[in-house]
Design a binder for this molecule. Structure first.
Ligand SMILES: [Cu+2]
Length: 464
């Protein structure tokens, strides 16, 4: 553990002055350093529009949580109080920090007991669009973990200035009011050639950007000629989304917060769970538009936001975009990449609903967490992970505390695309390379809450 990166329970310290004779009591009961930010994990009733209120848990009662603007390399102190009845933990997603502040119990990060406060201290890096969210488990209790409103943007400012823009808009996708649905209702059942499964899935009643269903809340107001920097985050527990803004394109400049080798404009963008995209949208088609899911059923649930040009009125317009395949490789380079010291083949399978469980268990090389054998690495070496998806589901794979380079998708090699989540499509093989440059346990898992809760995790461990 880095000495500058430490944390401790603040709750007990704060009580101490009451136990000390008055004459010796410190004038203030607060810890030595003031936190830069305080977050309170608390129950919240959110008015998401159309007369719907959802009961959830959110940071400081708001969705998304407070925007955290940090500076690369400048230490930060964040006090998090858990005002719920369940154990919680906060993960600072996409940061290369120590295992203790990282916020994954599997790595040994402390959890925050009900009613307790935990101080997180770390030095944020690398620069880019990161986020923070609960790393608790839900299992079959859909009132917990990723199903709640516990997520927020965390922007790490570096030396490079943001690209020139007139306004910035941060939009986080989330789905609400989860319930169990049989898998037969899901898309995979329509593909007879995909491996079939037996367990339940999760479906939702509502969806939103920034806690507002389509048509609720304020529209995004723009002027003709504006360059809008959009940061899009998929903070859904389980749903990958596909988005479009009719009449406009998204010039994608960064993925998961990291500049892409080839910025490229797309009309349709795919955002798997936990992925981020930074895009420049040139506002050159005056009108009132829907930025939303390409699926009508999802927009009906609320997954959209109105974009309104100054001087334009009328109901927001949606137009279906031309069908487009999502292709990560158009944003990547294709240079030779260094040979890894070692490659690890990880085969993902769906073991079905085991032992009377509602949900399927997911295995990596035949084992489910915590039985999955760790991946052993040595500091300073480069490694390759080959994700072989032998299931009919998509899996957004996330590696903690490291950034990886996507080096192959299917038959296509590529380079320079630096990410911390990669969506592996059904029956696809994806290779990612990473430099083992941050000793300590690093959790590798599918970010789909149902999958990670039911076996889909593995540890990367450093030797020595
Ligand atoms: Cu998965």
């Amino acid at each position: 553990m880095n000495r500058r990166e430490f944390l401790h329970q603040v709750g007990a310290t704060a009580l101490l002055p009451n136990l000390v004779p008055r004459a010796f009591a410190a004038p203030r009961a607060t810890p030595a350093a003031r936190p830069d930010y305080t977050l309170r994990i608390q129950p919240a009733i959110l008015d998401i529009g159309r007369g719907v209120s959802v009961h959830t848990v959110a940071y400081n009662g708001q969705v998304p949580g407070p925007l955290l603007r940090l500076k690369e390399g400048v230490p930060v102190v964040i006090d998090v109080t858990n005002a719920t009845q369940s154990e919680e933990i906060v993960h600072w997603h996409g940061l290369a920090i120590g295992t203790l502040p990282d916020g994954a119990a599997e790595e040994g990060s402390p959890t925050i007991g009900a009613g307790r406060t935990l101080r997180y201290s770390f030095t944020p890096k690398p620069a880019g669009t990161r986020w923070y969210h609960t790393h608790a488990m839900a299992k079959d209790d859909l009132r917990l973990a990723g199903y709640t409103g516990q997520f927020g943007f965390l922007l790490v400012e570096g030396r490079d200035p943001a690209p020139q823009h007139d306004q910035e808009v941060n939009l986080a996708v989330h789905h609400w009011e989860p319930s169990f649905v049989p898998m037969v209702e899901t898309m995979r059942a329509t593909s007879a050639n995909l491996p079939q499964t037996t367990g339940s899935d999760v479906g939702y009643k509502y969806a939103s950007f920034n806690g507002h269903m389509l048509g609720a809340g304020e529209p995004i107001r723009v002027r003709k000629g504006d360059r809008v920097l959009m940061r899009l985050l998929n903070a859904s527990a389980t749903e990958n989304v596909v988005l479009a803004l009719p009449g406009h394109s998204f010039r994608i400049i960064a993925m998961d917060g990291n500049a892409v080798p080839h910025p490229h404009a797309v009309e349709v963008l795919s955002l798997a769970v936990a992925e981020r995209v930074d895009a420049i949208v040139e506002m050159n088609a005056p009108g009132v538009w829907v930025l939303g899911s390409t699926l009508q059923a999802e927009r009906a649930k609320g997954l959209g936001v109105v974009i309104e040009y100054a001087g334009s009125t009328g109901p927001p317009v949606w137009r279906d975009p031309a069908p487009a395949e999502w292709d990560y490789s158009v944003f990547a380079a294709n240079q030779p990449v260094p040979q890894p010291a070692e490659s690890f083949v990880l085969t993902f399978r769906d073991a079905g609903a085991l032992g009377g469980s509602k949900f399927d268990t997911w295995t990596i090389n035949g084992d489910a967490w915590p039985k999955v054998k760790p991946i052993m690495v040595e500091a300073g070496k480069r490694y390759r992970l080959l994700f072989r998806n032998a299931t009919g589901d998509q899996h957004p794979m996330h590696l903690h505390r490291h950034t990886f380079e996507v080096t192959r998708i299917g038959d296509r090699t590529m380079s320079g695309l630096m990410k911390d989540v990669i969506n592996v499509m059904p029956l696809q093989t994806v290779a990612v390379d990473f430099l083992a440059d941050n000793p300590g346990d690093a959790l590798l898992h599918c970010h789909q809450q149902l999958h990670m809760d039911y076996g889909f995790m593995q540890m990367v461990k450093y030797r020595g």
